[in-house]
Design a protein around this ligand. Sequence first.
Ligand code: ARG
Length: 293
Amino acid sequence: MTLTTTTPAPATAPADLGADAEVRRPTPRRFLMCRPDHFDVTYAINPWMDTGAPVDRAKAVAQWETLCATYRRHGHRVDPIDGVPGLPDMVFAANAGLVIGDRALSARFATPERAAEGPAFHDRLAGRGFGRVTAAAEYNEGEGDFAVAGGRILAGAGFRSTRAAHREVERYFGRQVVSLDLVDPRFYHLDTALMVLGDTIAYYPAAFAADSVRLLAGLYPDAVLASADDAEVLGLNGVCDGYHVFLSDRAVRLAGQLRERGYHPVGVDLSELLKSGGSVKCCTLEWHGYPRG
Ligand code: ARG
């Protein structure tokens, strides 16, 4: 099914949302994305990956192109990053690093299979003219595990990025980093289990340690809690521009929850990339706070 429409944000809350519904507005975003020209599943570093299952690369490219076109149609800018032959996971550009304002911290991958992507992404970020681009010293899988949420950064640990990496990010960007522990290998990156929705978040509690759930409940008492069904299709691996939420078209219940809260879900089919354990957000590295002008 398709949830896609290009309806502009309403100036006032739609009548069926009731008087209390907040009015949400999109703001233009800038994304870095890497075409899946070399995409494949040649190793298995998360439970989604099955090296025996065939991958249709042409279909992956077509689905990815549709995601880019969808972003552009909604007013966002997509800057391409070149992939490298033999590095099949570079399509997951969210893992390239973290880019805020004039500063980027490029990733250091935790698995040997992806280690060579660190320097490759570093070179590509360094070539873009940011004021400062530094390679992370600690294991740090970029926006896969670091979610910029207003003035703070939510960070995942347990499978890939480490708590030492959280502290490094805190020092480098000078922002508070809230550490969260992931406990389910299917949700090996923070962005598989949690998505930022402007001033609140959506998350799947069962993916987190009990202490982390308590922390999230305290910080975001109004968070959207996703069901297992939606989490298991990586429905939380979405991107919100303040109003539209780009997410898997399979996350039907989550789309309904978002609609009730005044967001506008835009469903996207990335079934080929799901074979590697990725969806919308994984393909998307946001340049937060880019200078507008
Ligand atoms: N196959 C990739 C891996 O396991 C998928 C990465 C998905 N990226 C993400 N931001 N969650 O590393």
